[in-house]
Design a protein around this ligand. Structure first.
Ligand code: CA
Length: 228
């Protein structure tokens, strides 16, 4: 899962990106409204944390532009305390949730998890797929109750696939959702990651759909489709 943070306060920005990175997200950061708008316009984020008071373009205007352009990622706005009118303006512009500064990191993480899972059509942080359990809150995975040792990138990949279980996901899509923009992205490494994941969770849990991508499945159920 990949998150964009648009925040001009350097300390808060750093604190947020560290917390989100530690929580297992790929994180991009923008420090002014123009850069923030551009990134949200060009990259497929799983959620955005948007400060409202920003240099160049304010947060409400950015959000209005994104929504007018059909960007549907969940957006959590950061508002000043007691500014109820900011919250209303934010929701009217297309925000999905808000937090009042100052806030506890744990609350931000919980709200983000809720936004991300809801956008993907899940109701809880734990996804169970025929004995494979992906716990997005704890950042852990289990097969038949036994914990699986995964690197942070492997978990990010598995988490994204679990959020989109039974859907065919292209390598490009995986690259875009598990790496931040500064990472040296190479879609060939996805194949390596998939290979490692298959060895850890069971070969038959990830199907290769020739020419299209990969699909995480419950091996006990056959969703049909071409297998290799
Ligand atoms: Ca600000």
């Amino acid at each position: 899962m990949r998150i964009l943070i648009v925040e001009d306060d350097p300390d808060l920005g750093r604190q947020l990106s560290e917390a989100l990175g530690d929580a297992g997200y790929a994180v991009d950061k923008a420090t002014d409204g123009e850069e923030g708008h551009f990134l949200g316009d060009t990259e497929p984020y799983d959620a955005v944390v948007l400060d409202l008071g920003l240099p160049v373009i304010d947060g409400i205007s950015i959000l209005q532009k994104w929504r007018a352009d059909g960007k549907d990622f969940p957006v959590l706005i950061l508002t000043a305390r007691d500014q109820w009118s900011e919250k209303v303006a934010g929701f009217d512009a297309g925000a999905d949730d808000y937090l009042t500064k100052p806030f506890h990191t744990e609350e931000l993480l919980a709200r983000l998890r809720a936004l991300v899972r809801r956008a993907a059509g899940h109701t809880t942080d734990t996804i169970d797929i025929g004995g494979l359990t992906v716990d997005n809150r704890a950042g852990r995975a289990f097969v038949d109750g036994s914990p699986i040792k995964l690197t942070s990138h492997e978990f990010r990949l598995l988490s994204y696939m679990a959020m989109h279980v039974d859907k065919v996901i292209s390598r490009t899509e995986l690259v875009e959702h598990i790496y931040d923009q500064d990472f040296d992205r190479d879609s060939n490494t996805i194949e390596v990651f998939i290979g490692r994941l298959r060895r850890k969770i069971g070969v038959n849990r990830i199907e290769t759909v020739r020419g299209l991508g990969y699909r995480l499945v419950d091996p006990e159920e056959d969703p049909g489709g071409e297998k290799t």
